[in-house]
Structure formats: structure tokens, C-alpha cells
Ligand binder design. Structure first.
Ligand SMILES: C[S@@+](CC[C@H](N)C(=O)[O-])C[C@H]1O[C@@H](n2cnc3c(N)ncnc32)[C@H](O)[C@@H]1O
Length: 287
């Protein structure tokens, strides 16, 4: 009798997947990054930097590609690259990085304020990125241009870091071009998830909740998803902006907010919900 109770308890508490369980323990928080990182301008918080380093140093097994969408000046690139260099499990090392490298109003303001550059929107910052990540050039494949003109032909993706879905049109493109290559065991990092904008990330991830399990976060910004089964095209199409009504979007936002574990995170995602309401109103008026 005792053994059957023990078996049931064991089944209940046994991690469903040891790699998913490992990520849920946030091991990157346990210590400093074990190498000296170049001091690069960054839009990431320190926990995200540690997460990216850990992902490529410890989690990555080389069963699929590492894809970074949105580099800006190369901070995320450098953390992924240093981790990958430290990874003794894999021989073939490559990171596929994408950016427009042309400043939008937000990036232009950032470059002007931090660098004293008179960077107007449209300013090309590729040279700054290239200088910053020169050390890793051998393990980087960099694609410059609008992500919506890209095509992913590199097969399965093991780690997908997404930090450029600043509009729902870009989000739609990334879903259809990159998400089909996520496979069971892959990780998807949505950088702008615990943040007060970009509600399409939340509606998307709610609709994909049977395929992509939220396993860890970095308190602000990034949410990490473990892919537990292949995502069919029908489920991806359901995530596109025009595939849900306003009321459905609101219900999905409420579900995303309820799922969060602190009031601070719930407040941030509530701000994203409010932002989504404003965007929907503006688009309705313009239609
Ligand atoms: C928040 S920043 C990335 C920050 C970066 N990961 C870091 O570590 O600091 C977002 C980036 O997305 C890029 N971006 C925005 N829209 C894009 C598009 N349509 N195609 C390609 N890149 C785009 C911007 O140029 C910007 O560098």
C-alpha cells in the first residue's frame, strides 16, 4: 500500500521533463557570468544577460540552430556568443542574428542620448554593432534588413530569442516564418513579454499554451517558453492579428495576466492590455 502511495506521489512530483524542470529553476541566477563580458550598451537587464549566456553555455546541445531576432548594438549577441564559446558539448558553433540596423525613433533617441550622436531616425548603426561583436565574427551569421523580408532555411531552431516584434505585423511574420521550426525541447524567449506594451506577444503565447509552456522569466522583460510538442500550422495561423476579434484578444490578455505570479508583473502586462485597446481603437478609426 505504502509503495503505491509512494508511486503516485512520485508520479505527481516527478519532473515531466528534466530539461524543462532545469530551466524552471533559473540556474543562471545562481552566480555571476563566469567570464568578463565586454561592457556594451544594452537594452537588457542583468538577469537577461545571465540567461542568454547560460542558454548557449549550458543548455544548448547543438540539435538545432541558435537564432537571435533583434541585436541592436550587440549586447544580446555578445552574451549568446560568449556562452557558445564556453560550451564544450558542441563543436559546430553559429548564431544567426538579424536586425534592420536602421534606427527607429526609439533607437535614434537612445543613440543620441547615450552616445551624443546626432542620430536621426534611419541612422545606420551596423558599424557600431560590428565593432562591438568583432571578437565573435567567426561564429556569427548576420542578416541586415527588415525581418519581414527574411526567409529561414536553416532547419530546426533550438534557441529562438525574439526581441524585435515591435508591431503586430512583425509578430505575424515571425510566427509564420520562424515558429514552425521550433521542435519539442526548443526554447523560445519573448524579450518584451513582462513589459507594458506589445500585447500581441501575450495573445500569441496564450493561444500557443498547449505547445509552448512558460517555464521561467527574468522578473522584467523576458519570458522563457519550453516547446513541448510541434506547433501545427493551424495553431500558428490562429495567432495572427486578424484571426482574433477584439473580445477574444481581451480574454487572452486577461488569461495572460492571471498566469503571472507577482502583482508587479500583472501591472506591467495590464499596461500592455491597455496599450492593445488603444491600438485596436486607432485601427478601427482609421479603417
Ligand atoms: C529592443 S532592440 C534589441 C535590443 C538588443 N537585443 C540588446 O541586447 O540590446 C530591438 C531591435 O529590433 C530591431 N528591429 C525593429 N524592427 C525591425 C525589423 N522590422 N526588422 C529587423 N529588425 C528590426 C531594431 O533595429 C532594434 O535594434
Amino acid at each position: 500500500m505504502f509503495s503505491s502511495i509512494f508511486d503516485s506521489l512520485n508520479r505527481l512530483f516527478k519532473p515531466k521533463n528534466p530539461r524543462m524542470e532545469l530551466v524552471s529553476l533559473r540556474p543562471w541566477e545562481n552566480g555571476p557570468i563566469p567570464v568578463e563580458m565586454p561592457d556594451l550598451p544594452s537594452m537588457l537587464n542583468f538577469k537577461e544577460k545571465k540567461l542568454l549566456y547560460w542558454l548557449t553555455a549550458e543548455f544548448y546541445r547543438g540539435t538545432g540552430a541558435i537564432v537571435e531576432l533583434g541585436t541592436f548594438l550587440g549586447s544580446s549577441t555578445a552574451h549568446l556568443a560568449e556562452g557558445l564559446l564556453a560550451n564544450s558539448q558542441v563543436e559546430s558553433k553559429m548564431i544567426h542574428s538579424y536586425d534592420l540596423f536602421a534606427a527607429g525613433p526609439f533607437e535614434a533617441k537612445w543613440l543620441t542620448e547615450r552616445f551624443g550622436l546626432s542620430a536621426a531616425p534611419g541612422y545606420n548603426f551596423r558599424h557600431l554593432f560590428s565593432e562591438n561583436v568583432e571578437k565573435y565574427a567567426d561564429i556569427l551569421t548576420v542578416t541586415e534588413g527588415d525581418i519581414c523580408d527574411s526567409a529561414w532555411t536553416g532547419g530546426e531552431i533550438e534557441i529562438l530569442f525574439v526581441d524585435l516584434c515591435k508591431t503586430h505585423a512583425i509578430n505575424d511574420f515571425v510566427i509564420m516564418e520562424y515558429f514552425p521550426h521550433l521542435v519539442p525541447g526548443s526554447l523560445l524567449i519573448q524579450e518584451d513579454y513582462i513589459h507594458g506594451a506589445l500585447g500581441w506577444l501575450h495573445t500569441t503565447m496564450e493561444l500557443l499554451s498547449s505547445y509552448a509552456v512558460p517555464v521561467a522569466d527574468t522578473d522584467t522583460n523576458s519570458m522563457v517558453y519550453y516547446i513541448k510538442k510541434p506547433i501545427p500550422q493551424s495553431a500558428l495561423k490562429r495567432c495572427l492579428w486578424d484571426a482574433t476579434t477584439f473580445d477574444e484578444k481581451m480574454k487572452l490578455m486577461d488569461r495572460a495576466i492571471e498566469r503571472l505570479d507577482t502583482q508587479k508583473k500583472r501591472e506591467m502586462v495590464t499596461a500592455a492590455k491597455n496599450q492593445l485597446v488603444n491600438i485596436c481603437r486607432r485601427e478601427k478609426l482609421a479603417a
